[in-house]
Design a protein around this ligand. Structure first.
Ligand SMILES: NC(=O)c1ccc[n+]([C@@H]2O[C@H](COP(=O)([O-])OP(=O)(O)OC[C@H]3O[C@@H](n4cnc5c(N)ncnc54)[C@H](OP(=O)(O)O)[C@@H]3O)[C@@H](O)[C@H]2O)c1
Length: 175
């Protein structure tokens, strides 16, 4: 567990297929514009922490959020991004941004390596459950639903825009 100095909530934001797939070929193996809208809504205004591969796949800093990218490469540099050398460093930087902006949550937005490292430390998951098994090469770590209180925030049906049905859940770790 990472030692923390503040009560600012750490939350993971992830979209996951039934078989735990979250990515393929360094991208997302689905088209779900309503999930992207949801992602924007839950992350806007907050510090966001991501791995360097995820940053490369997005291709730019996301506006309206403090972008923190974790990399072991000391030479890594990008516009509008703060680089952190590890998860602990990233959380400390994110806490400083959160305090400066008076927000009470830090969003950890992937990918698989970063989720695996962050999961024991987070108290909330914004989980989009996609109603399909989808082929991919990157997976969310397995976890037990029993350890979380679950509420449904939104549901989407598959249509000509959204490729699959899905539901957006908020999971809070049980005390
Ligand atoms: N479905 C979703 O919600 C969702 C969300 C985000 C991403 N994704 C998908 O996930 C995939 C990418 O995930 P990934 O696991 O391959 O990569 P990632 O977690 O995004 O990034 C991995 C990189 O982060 C850096 N890193 C990781 N742990 C570190 C540590 N302890 N200290 C320092 N640096 C560290 C390293 O960067 P350097 O190599 O620069 O050292 C490493 O190569 C893509 O397919 C993406 O589309 C899905």
């Amino acid at each position: 567990m990472i030692d923390r100095q503040t009560n600012i909530r750490l939350a993971i934001v992830v979209a996951m297929a039934r078989n735990y797939v979250i990515g393929k070929d360094d991208g997302l193996p689905w088209q779900l514009p309503d999930d992207l809208k949801w992602f924007r809504q839950v992350t806007m205004g907050k510090p966001i922490i991501m791995g360097r591969v995820t940053f490369d796949s997005i291709g730019k800093a996301l506006p309206g959020r403090d972008n923190i990218v974790i990399s072991r490469n000391n030479d890594f540099q990008e516009g509008n991004v703060t680089v952190a050398g590890d998860m602990e460093d990233a959380i400390a930087i994110a806490e400083a941004f959160a305090i400066a902006r008076d927000v009470n949550e830090i969003a950890i937005i992937g990918g698989a390596q970063i989720y695996a490292e962050a999961l024991p430390n987070v108290s909330r998951l914004y989980l989009t459950e996609i109603d399909a098994d989808i082929e991919g090469d990157t997976f969310f770590p397995t976890f037990s639903m029993d350890e979380w209180d679950r509420s449904v925030a939104q549901e989407i049906t598959s249509d000509d825009r959204n490729q699959y049905a899905a539901r957006m859940l908020t999971l809070d770790r049980k005390a």
